[in-house]
Design a protein around this ligand. Structure first.
Ligand SMILES: CC(C)(COP(=O)(O)OP(=O)(O)OC[C@H]1O[C@@H](n2cnc3c(N)ncnc32)[C@H](O)[C@@H]1OP(=O)(O)O)[C@@H](O)C(=O)NCCC(=O)NCCS
Length: 209
């Protein structure tokens, strides 16, 4: 048993919608780990869902391993934020002299890197706002607008996304965050894949390195 090749762009033969994100990325400001996938609606690339992500701003979108990102999820990055210390109208983009009023980066509300942990499931049509950090094992409900950080192994939903519940007890979450099964060699993951999928802690504890 080997599982899919993490270096394939489309790991399912004949299905160009399911894409391993890291093999589709062309921009240096997006980083994704092995096996994290996006399920496209019509063959669009994951990058099409990352909006206003201009390199000159300098922030990154970082996604861990084994994340499942459903169709139409959108990442609203920092370049979409107009200045807010006065008028929000972007005079400069119209030129004809108005380019003299181009705001500096300091004038823009930059929130920082957007960081998605490992084994995160993002439901359909969720929107992740700039600078948000989503912890390992979290679940983002369909249609959620995530404007604040999400703790590991927490389910959130709604607009603005609020906690629905924790997935496990505090103690189990702590253990899972120590085990970090996603960082094990793939041979070990293959060996324990049943326990990983079912949350069998007795077996998962044996993965501790
Ligand atoms: C978030 C989700 C995982 C919750 O599953 P669950 O734990 O079984 O939740 P329940 O159905 O028991 O609902 C629990 C509560 O969360 C609320 N809730 C569930 N999904 C929600 C969502 N997407 N947005 C807002 N609230 C949601 C319910 O209304 C309920 O609220 P209450 O406690 O006030 O009554 C699921 O509803 C969801 O959104 N899944 C994503 C599906 C998807 O997008 N798949 C795409 C293909 S991968």
């Amino acid at each position: 048993m080997t599982g899919p090749n993490p270096d394939e762009r489309y790991p399912l033969p004949g299905d160009n919608n399911l894409q391993f994100i890291k093999n589709t990325i062309t921009k240096p400001n997006i980083i994704a780990g092995d096996y994290s996938y996006y399920y496209a609606l019509n063959g669009e690339s994951f990058e099409d869902q990352v909006l206003y992500h201009y390199e000159f701003i300098g922030t990154k979108l970082i996604i861990g391993k084994f994340c499942s990102i459903a169709s139409e999820t959108r990442f609203m990055m920092d370049g979409g934020n107009h200045r807010m210390d006065g008028s929000t109208f972007p005079f400069n983009i119209f030129g004809n002299g108005w380019e003299k009023f181009t705001p500096s980066i300091e004038n823009l509300p930059i929130k920082g890197d957007t960081i998605i942990g490992n084994d995160v499931w993002i439901g359909r049509r969720a929107t992740i706002m700039a600078g948000v950090q989503i912890g390992d094992g979290a679940i983002i409900g369909a249609e959620a607008v995530v404007a604040k950080n999400v703790e590991p192994y927490t389910i959130v939903g709604g607009n603005p996304a609020r906690e629905i519940r924790k997935r496990f007890s505090t103690e189990i979450i702590q253990e899972l965050l120590e085990i970090k099964w996603w960082d094990c060699d793939i041979e070990v993951i293959n060996q324990y894949i049943g326990a990983i999928g079912s949350g069998n802690m007795d077996l998962l504890r044996k993965m501790r390195r």
